[in-house]
Each structure stands twice: as C-alpha cells, then as structure tokens.
Ligand binder design. Structure first.
Ligand code: DGJ
Length: 725
C-alpha cells in the first residue's frame, strides 16, 4: 500500500520505501505538488507554499487576495491564460477561439486502471488517479501516478477527456509537470549526434527555460527524452538526482524553467511544436508515460532505479532478463557486397564458436547494391541471392545458428516497385518535391493500409525463412508531416500518429511472433528510448563501434537505460567510423557490457582472434546474468577523466565484474586506483584474475590499482570478483 489520502484536508501522499510524493488541493481547487524527494513524515506540508503579493502579475478570478497568483502555485497540471506564465502542461482552443483552461479538483481513485492510448506502459504497480475539470468546457484531465513499493519512482501520465458538447483543439498535452523548490540545481541532459549519441551535458539551472526536444518524428540522436535535475554538488554517489524519462519514441519536449519565486518547473511530453489534436465531444487523448526516478544518494542510484523499473516492469519479460543471442552481423563485414557463398562462408567459420545468431543486414532485397534503391521491396534480390534466403537460413541451422534479418520497414526509395505502385503512401506535402534522407522517403504509417502492407510482407518473409531475430532499422528524420488520410484541420496530429503507427506495428509482431527478438535501430541509437525498449529489448546503441567512443556513448546511455538494452558489437581496427586503432582485447572488453555480438567478416580474422572469441563467448555466457540483471556502478567517467571504469554487481552481491579503459597513455604517468562500489562491505572477495582476496570494504574504500602504466592508448582490463565468505 503506497497511496494515502487525507480526504478532509485533500492531501495526497504517495510513499514507497524511500520516497514521498505529496500533493494538496489548494483553496481554489488547484492541485499542487508539496514535496517530492527522500521519504518524509506524513505531515501537512502546506506551510511550504509561501506566497506574497507580487507586482506585475495576475490573480485568479476567485482568489482571496493578490497572493493567490497561479504563477506562484506548484502546479501538477499547469495551464495558460489564467495567470501562470510558466511552461503549461495542457493547452486547448475552444470553438469560439478562447483558450482558458481552468482545471480544478474533482475527485480521485486508488487502484485505477490506466488507459494506454496505443502506447507502451509500465506493468503492475499501484495507481492513483486524480481528476481535474474545467467546469465551463467540461474538459477533464485524469492524472495517473503509478508506484512500486520497492522503487524510488513515480510513473506519470495524463488522459484528457472532452465531456463537453463542443469540439476542442488540444494545442498541448504534456505527460507531467512538477514544481520543485530550487536548491541551486543543475540539469543533466543527453545530447549528441548520429554516431555520437547520448553525450552527458551538465549545466546550471538559471532563470528562464531550457528545453530538450525532438521534432524529427523519432526521439533522435540529437536529444534524448531524458533530463535530470541534480543537487548542486551531486556526484555518482552523493546528492540528489531527479530523473525524468519519457516512455515515448516520437517527437518530444522536456523543459526546465526557473522562475522568480525560486521554483524549478520540469514538464514534458509530446512535442507541442506542430501539434494540435482534435478532441470531439466524448473523445479522449492519452499522453505517453513519463518515468520519474529519485535518488538522495547520487546519480548512480537514480540510474539503477531506472534500470530496475524498465527490466522489471517495461521490457517484454520474455526477453528482459533472459540470456540474449550472441550475434554476428555482416554489415561492417560486407556492407552491400555479398553473395550466398560469402555469407555461408561467414556462417560456417563461426560454427561451434559460441556465436548463436547470424544477422543478414541491409542489401538482400529488391535490387539493392547501394543505399539509392529498393527500400519497400521486401522480396529477395535474385541477382545477388539467386536461391533466395532459404540456403542462408539453412546454412545457419546446419551450423547451429539462428537466422536473423534486417528490415527498414518504415521507408521506401523512389527507385522501388513500391514507390511506383503506391507513390501516395509516401509522406509528402501536396504539390511539392519530397525531401530525401539517405536517398529515401518515409512511408505514411499513420495509414492502416500502409501498416497492413508492412505487416503482410514482413510476416511472409519471417515465416517462410524461420527468422528468429529481426533488426528493425530507421535511417532518417521525418519531413513534410502530412497525410492524405487526415482532413486539413487534423494534419498536426501527424507526428504523434506516426509514433502510434510505429507502436501498432511493433505490437503486431510481438503478438504474432512471441519468441521473435526485435533489435531496435535508427542509424544506430537514433530511437534509443524507453518506448522502444518496451518492444525491442535491445537497441543497436550507435553506428559508431569504436571502442573508445563507445565508452562515452555507453556511459551516457546507462544514465537511464540498462546494459541489457545496449547492443554492443566487436568490430575491426582501424575502426570504420573513426579510423582509430585499438587492440582486439580492448574492443572485446568494451563490447562485453551489454547484449554482445560481432560486426565483421569472421573469415578475415586471425586464428588467434578466433580462439579469443571462443573463450570470450564462454566467459560471456557465465557472466551474462550479472551483466543483464545486475546493478551498474559507474566509477570513472570518460567525460571528465582519462578513464572509463564501471562495474556490475549481482543482486545478491556475491559476484561482480569491473572494466576499465585508460584513454591516453602517459610516459612516466601518475598511478591511479579505482574505488569500487556496491559490494558487501563485510564480505571477502577473491579477484579471479589475480587470486588476491580483499574485504569488500577495502575494495570500496581503498580501491584497486588500475594497471595501465605503459599499456598504450585505449588499453583495457577486466576484473571478476567472487565472494568467498
Ligand atoms: C544503419 C544501421 O545502424 C547499420 O547498423 C546498418 O544496419 C545500416 N543502417 C544498413 O543500412
């Protein structure tokens, strides 16, 4: 039981083992946040809402004096045009053009069922629903809060219901809003670019608004739908961290605003740029969910809460904590240049080496020899593969491997049968030439007929060839968001409908093929978000497979996504994206901490490397439970230091694995140690590699020596720790 309500005083207490989230309904009927953070007593916290009469503001019509000013309220669901000048949560236009939405408390329900609106939602938990209503228009807002007793998290979403007679145009429908009293906060966001995703950026929260957003139709490599508010001196192990992560794969927006009253508002959801949703009488709109995790013990603990929440309550349980395939993917090994013989030689060369899935990447369909043609034509390229896919699938099975296949279902090339037959299925703006991205157009998956086509062609291929693994790629941002099937006044529904279309496809494949594992991909990590993870338990983390760059990308990604979500492959050196030379050992060790695999032509590696792969795969199978289900501790940040060090500890603390990379070697450089975390302080651990034994408290308090003095650039090491008593 995590939800308590004081009906008389209209106070709401959401409590889990470690956090309290307290709200009240104020005198005017506005729902306010009183507190969110480390668990506190179940007291009446209304004393915290200090207000004054402030100049150059506006008070609500029924306010008792000038201090009842919406700009000073700590709104759980902010609106505009009635005195709150900060970031609104819900905005609407009524038939007469007026735009005041005045949401007042109506009631609540415990153990409520949350609608999903066609989107992924967290499972289980206890849900509180609080209903607000705009009495004039009868626009209702249901706010949902889902909690788990053992997690320091609250998952929020909104449902906006039009109970009036008029049609309402929703101009904004965010998923959450919260006002926190500023404590000289900073914010952390995950920004980047293609091949350089989720780089950590930390800045002071200063007066004004900071927004991370995507208007690209996917969550994007440029900005991740995540933001954390950090205490001034927060580190990995100390201080407060409030993380906000949208469970959504489309265009999003999250804003942080510090106002004159020293309140920090965080609010976000579907991007309201180019958004407007027609809500007819009786209709409702459901927002994506936002997972909010709190830690009073630093950023690391916040991350671990996200990881547990997603592994236990979001990612498909058929895969979430189960062993993953060890994949070999032919993309960097062959690109478009392959034949049946070449592919079979690759497959045969890894027989019995511990690799269990071969994934045939781009280039097997239509007449695709480069990225200028054939997307949409999901039939075999006969000139390249005259006997079809079957011999490759059979070759996989003969050699003890599963067969995986690449698709880019949402796309079409101009040079394709599909485009010739159905040019109207392409997203375009009437009468204008169409933008290209990687020479391709985007299919209008807001349309059911387009989705039916995709479902049918993919289903046939998957069935005919017993495909057991699909890599679902998506290689461009959206433009010209317009659909032939929507009336003009509803065209701004397009972006969200695109995302709903994507989820509809994924849901279909999940239901139709419950054992099929789908790896998400969007030019690597261009759609690495929690919405995607609900259906694709692992995502190709980045097109950049360079071992050093991956330390940063994987470190940043782990801020809110578990290691089990990251596909990490060993590729060749010099690296194809950066030209960097790294050792085989370093590449193997950095790609170990995730859903591991390989991305090269295995017929071209040395016998020594192949033996290394065999050994590595055996070790991975022994270690994968810890990697995929354990607690992650980040020790040295490659963003701030010359090292990347992280470790995973099994839930029972009996085993741990640490990895470290020294980025650049120094001549006669200083000596470094790394203090471990997460171990049982009183237990004795053996370091498997050296046979030495130490108390957990020693490993955490004194640390281990980083052995890199003269190992060259990008040197790595792995340590295994086993509790011996
Ligand atoms: C982008 C992906 O991220 C790559 O791994 C590869 O699948 C290519 N697309 C194929 O076109």
């Amino acid at each position: 039981m995590s939800i308590f309500v004081n009906d008389e005083e209209k106070l709401f207490f959401i409590e889990t083992n470690d956090i309290s989230y307290v709200m009240c309904v104020n005198r005017l009927g506005i729902l306010e946040t009183l507190y969110f953070g480390k668990k506190v007593g179940r007291d009446d916290l209304r004393y915290i809402c200090r207000r004054g009469c402030r100049g150059y503001s506006a008070s609500m019509p029924d306010s008792k004096d000038r201090s009842e000013d919406a700009n000073q309220f700590r709104a759980e669901c902010s609106t505009s045009h009635y005195g709150d000048y900060r970031v609104p949560t819900v905005m609407a236009t009524f038939e007469d053009g007026s735009r005041v939405v005045d949401l007042r408390y109506e009631g609540y329900e415990i153990n409520a069922t949350r609608p999903d609106g066609g989107m992924p939602t967290v499972r289980d938990g206890e849900t509180l629903k609080i209903t607000l209503v705009d009495k004039k228009s009868l626009l209702k807002v249901n706010l949902y809060y889902t909690v788990y007793q053992d997690l320091a998290s609250v998952v929020r979403s909104l449902e906006i219901v039009n109970e009036g007679d008029e049609t309402v145009m929703l101009d904004r429908a965010f998923s959450f809003c919260i006002d926190l009293p500023n404590q000289e906060y900073k914010y952390l966001s995950l920004n980047g670019a293609h091949m350089n995703e989720r780089q950590i950026c930390v800045n002071d929260v200063i007066p004004g608004v900071y927004t991370v957003e995507s208007s690209r139709g996917t969550s994007s490599p440029q900005h991740n739908p995540f933001i954390a508010i950090l205490g001034k001196n927060a580190t990995e192990t100390e201080g407060e961290a409030f993380g906000f992560n949208l469970i959504y794969s489309g265009s999003f927006q999250i804003s942080v605003e510090l106002n004159e009253c020293n309140l920090v508002r965080v609010a976000g959801g579907v991007n309201s740029f180019d958004f407007c949703w027609e809500l007819k009488s009786g209709a409702s709109f459901v927002t994506p969910e936002c997972a909010i995790c709190y830690s009073s013990n630093g950023i690391g603990a916040m991350s671990r809460t996200f990881h547990d929440l997603y592994r236990d309550h979001l990612i498909n349980p058929n895969f979430a904590k189960k062993p993953r395939p060890i994949v070999i993917n032919n993309w960097e090994g062959t690109y478009f240049d392959f034949t049946e013989e070449k592919l079979c030689a690759m497959i045969e060369s890894v027989k019995g080496k511990g690799i269990d899935t071969f994934v045939l990447d781009d280039g097997w369909f239509g007449h695709r020899d480069n990225d200028y043609s054939s997307l949409g034509d999901w039939f075999v390229y006969e000139k390249k593969l005259p006997n079809g896919l079957k011999p490759i699938a059979q070759c996989c099975r003969r050699n003890g491997l599963k067969f995986g296949l690449w698709f880019e279902p949402e796309m079409v090339n101009r040079d394709s049968v599909l485009f010739e037959t159905h040019p109207e299925w392409t997203i375009q703006s009437p009468g204008r030439p169409i933008c290209k991205g990687r020479e391709q157009y985007v299919l209008d998956i807001t349309r059911e007929d387009v989705r039916e086509y995709i479902k049918k062609v993919m289903t046939d291929i998957i069935r005919e060839n017993d495909v057991e693994y699909v890599k679902w790629d998506m290689n461009r941002s959206l433009t010209e968001c317009w659909s032939q099937t929507l009336p003009s006044r509803r065209q701004k529904e397009f972006m969200h409908r695109y995302c709903l279309g994507y989820y509809d496809l994924l849901r279909y494949f999940e239901k139709e093929f419950p054992n099929l594992i789908i790896e998400g991909c969007a030019s690597g990590g261009g759609r690495f978000d929690a919405g995607q993870l609900a259906y694709t338990p692992q995502v190709w983390t980045s097109d950049n497979s360079d071992a050093y760059h991956r330390t940063k990308i994987q470190y940043g990604t782990s801020i809110c996504y578990p290691l089990s979500a990251m596909s990490c492959h060993v590729s060749v050196s010099p690296n194809h994206q950066t030209g960097r030379i790294t050792s085989f050992k370093s590449r193997c060790q950095i790609a170990y901490f995730g859903a591991t695999g390989y991305e090269f032509d295995p017929t071209k590696i040395t016998e020594e490397e192949m033996q290394e792969i065999v050994k590595r795969n055996e070790e991975y199978r022994r270690d994968e439970e810890i990697i995929l289900t354990g607690d992650l501790y980040r020790i040295n940040s490659p963003f701030d230091t010359n090292f990347f060090t992280q470790m995973v500890v099994s839930k029972d603390k009996s085993k741990a694995i640490a990895v470290s990379m020294q980025v650049l070697a120094d001549a006669n450089g200083p000596f470094f140690t790394a203090r471990l975390q997460g171990l049982d302080a009183d237990a004795t651990y053996k370091i498997v590699e050296s046979g030495e034994t130490f108390k957990g408290s020693t490993l955490m308090g004194v640390g281990i020596n980083l052995p890199f003095c003269s190992h060259g650039d990008f040197a790595t090491a792995i340590w295994h720790f086993e509790k011996i008593d």
